[in-house]
Ligand binder design. Structure first.
Ligand code: XMP
Length: 612
């Protein structure tokens, strides 16, 4: 987690019980210009004393069963207001003598009927559209508490009491729904009412102030030393570079761009040019370390192993270059952002979905020794982009698609050539049955990719779907497969002319030849997105090579993964123009060794954006 630091701002703690949206709550509070920090439920009570209010998030745990009830309950002794959403709402009800039962579940939209005027709902209508997702329900409240609202499912539909509760004496409030999601129509106003009216926070946290504070903080941390930053050319490290230049001066900032052999076509050359053009080039160093990376990755198949090797090799190269260039007494600068930490299992409840390159063990050791400086570690991508604007960086750069630190290394699947058909006895007929209902055929693939299910890492099989069902139906079919077929975390849609009868893994590692092929396919995809005007409409579009022969032909299946996302924590597949897909069919299927082409139609969860 980000290091502790004093703040001059009124701040809100968001207690992360492991639900999907704790980060979203924090972002929404910060949009009100009030600092919000994510805290863990078992953080010591001292950590909570500096806040002017506390928000308890949702959780996959069941409050009715007493799950996850072991947290710092002393927060309830603090005098500041507390509000709970979903699980947090139930915990507050329970703590003050109310009752929570397993039942009364609601999913999706509901109408909240407000019983009386209350500051929490100031400025809102008598009936509000809210978003629900719960198994458990509050069925009674304790002394001093009252019902502020109930829900009705449709006109005259079944009622659900205690959807909003509160006690002005205790200054404790709870809502069963999720005000933080965009589908709760006036959720932002409810959060604003809590933060600004009820807690009385002064809105002083702006990007300008954040920038000033980070500049100060970097100056303090760096002292008389210098910063040596690994600059990939991506949004995060470039914004970090600009901030460091402002904080310690360009003379004490060294940038190192490493060609790890896993970059896109011509990327390294462009990055070095870009850094110079931004005036960051006084000490911009470049090293071609592709041999080191490829040697270290030779023969490695397991995704987490590949990630670890890439992260470690970065540090080896970094230290070697620092010695060679005579840069002593430096701190390692990184453009780490909040999701990098969360996905690496950086909090107690968060599972390691993927180890991000800037969070491998050796970096963690350096962090513990105070050798790393990361001014963006609390931000999400949208906030980094906003900060970049503040720093005057060009728009085209800030709105580039994210590109992962381990680069094409996590988009080049490897295999020892052995078929992995675990569970296929059940998977094959089940997938075929579901697909058939949508007029599709299904071929489960005997390899695996990484995904995330119920906030846990998964490593399961993809299914190749084939047929002319149309985009919407294919997405529905994928959703049904995820729901009903165990062992599947990804669905892809065949763009080839027919469904192959069989897919066999081909022995393949990280090699220059394969990377060159992936670079070609990726360049075709990126060029097509830009020419068709689609690039700016989507969040990201990885191209992936999967070492499979289809019906004995070729040795690589190319998969394109266009997605929409807000913060990369969740994602939905993006529909692309037919003409673009036709173009890719022609050009990508003609590349040497390519056995097939498919489009990834999986949401995140259960798939992740990248395949490894
Ligand atoms: P996933 O695949 O976990 O990715 O859904 C979420 C977002 O993070 C990017 N990503 C990374 N970025 N270092 C990075 O800097 C990494 O190791 C890394 N792994 C994934 C990914 O491209 C997506 O935007």
């Amino acid at each position: 987690m980000a290091e502790e630091h004093e703040t001059a701002h009124d701040a809100i703690a968001v207690v992360d019980f492991g639900g999907q949206y704790a980060h979203l709550i924090a972002t929404k509070v910060r949009r009100l210009h009030v600092l919000a920090e994510i805290r863990q439920p078992e953080d010591p009570i001292e950590a909570f004393r500096k806040y002017k209010g506390i928000i308890l998030s949702g959780s996959p745990a069941l409050s009715s069963q007493g799950e996850d009830s072991d947290y710092t309950k002393e927060i309830y002794d603090l005098e500041v207001p507390i509000v709970g959403f979903c699980f947090g709402h139930q915990e507050i009800a329970k703590h003050y003598g109310g009752q929570v039962v397993h039942g009364g579940r609601e999913w999706g939209p509901a109408s909240l009927h407000l019983v009386r005027d209350h500051p929490l709902f100031a400025g809102l209508g008598k009936v509000e559209r809210v978003w629900m997702s719960h198994f458990d329900s509050v069925v009674s409240v304790g002394p001093g508490f009252e019902e502020l609202g109930y829900t009705m499912l449709g006109e005259g539909g079944a009622g659900h009491r205690f959807a909003a509760i509160g006690s002005d004496t205790h200054r404790r409030y709870g809502v069963q729904f999720h005000p933080e999601v965009d589908d709760t129509e006036h959720g932002d106003e409810m959060i604003a009412n809590f933060v600004l009216r009820i807690c009385g926070c002064r809105p002083s946290w702006t990007m300008e102030r954040y920038l000033e504070e980070q500049v100060e903080r970097v100056r303090r941390q760096v002292g008389d030393h210098s910063v040596f930053l690994l600059a990939s050319g991506g949004v995060d490290s470039t914004v970090a570079a600009k901030l460091f230049a402002m904080a310690v001066g360009a003379d004490r900032l060294h940038l190192l761009h490493v060609d790890n052999g896993l970059m896109r076509k011509d990327e390294s050359r462009k990055v070095v040019e870009m850094l110079r053009a931004l005036g960051l080039g006084r000490h911009a160093h470049f090293v071609d370390a592709s041999d080191d990376f490829l040697r270290a990755l030779a023969g490695v198949v397991a995704p987490e192993r590949k990630r670890a090797i890439i992260g470690e090799t970065f540090i080896e190269v970094f230290e070697r270059e620092a010695r060679r260039l005579g840069i002593e007494d430096h701190l390692l600068g990184q453009g780490t952002i909040y999701p990098d930490t969360i996905e690496t299992g950086g909090t107690k409840r968060a599972d390691t979905i993927k180890t991000h390159h800037n969070r491998v063990p050796i970096v963690e050791e350096m962090i513990a020794a105070g050798k790393v400086v990361e001014p963006l570690a609390e931000l999400y991508k949208v906030e980094v982009r906003e900060l970049g604007e503040q720093l005057g960086l060009p728009r085209e750069l800030l709105w580039r698609h994210p590109f992962p630190g381990p680069g094409l290394g996590v988009r080049l699947l490897c295999s020892d050539g052995i078929e992995d058909r675990e569970g296929f006895g059940e998977i094959e007929p089940a997938a075929a049955r579901v697909a058939e209902q949508y007029g599709l055929a299904a071929l489960p693939l005997p390899i695996r990719s990484v995904g995330v299910k119920a906030d846990l890492r998964s490593y399961e099989h993809p299914v190749l779907l084939h047929g002319d069902a149309g985009w919407e139906r294919v997405l529905e079919a994928a959703g049904m497969i995820f729901r009903h077929v165990p062992g599947i975390n990804r669905c892809i849609w065949n763009l080839g002319p027919r469904l192959p009868r069989e897919a066999r893994p081909v022995q393949a590692g990280v090699t220059r030849e394969r990377l060159d092929l992936l670079r070609e396919a990726d360049a075709i995809v990126m060029d097509g997105l830009r020419r068709s005007g689609t690039y700016d409409q989507i969040w990201q579009c990885p191209t992936v090579l999967v070492p499979l022969a289809l019906d004995g032909q070729g040795c690589e299946l190319v998969v394109v993964r266009p997605i929409h996302s807000e913060r990369a924590m969740t994602a939905t597949p993006a529909r692309l123009p037919e003409a673009l897909l036709d173009e890719w069919r022609e050009s990508i299927l003609a590349l040497p060794g390519v056995a097939g082409l498919a489009i990834d139609v999986s949401t995140k969860p259960p798939a992740t954006i990248e395949w490894e």
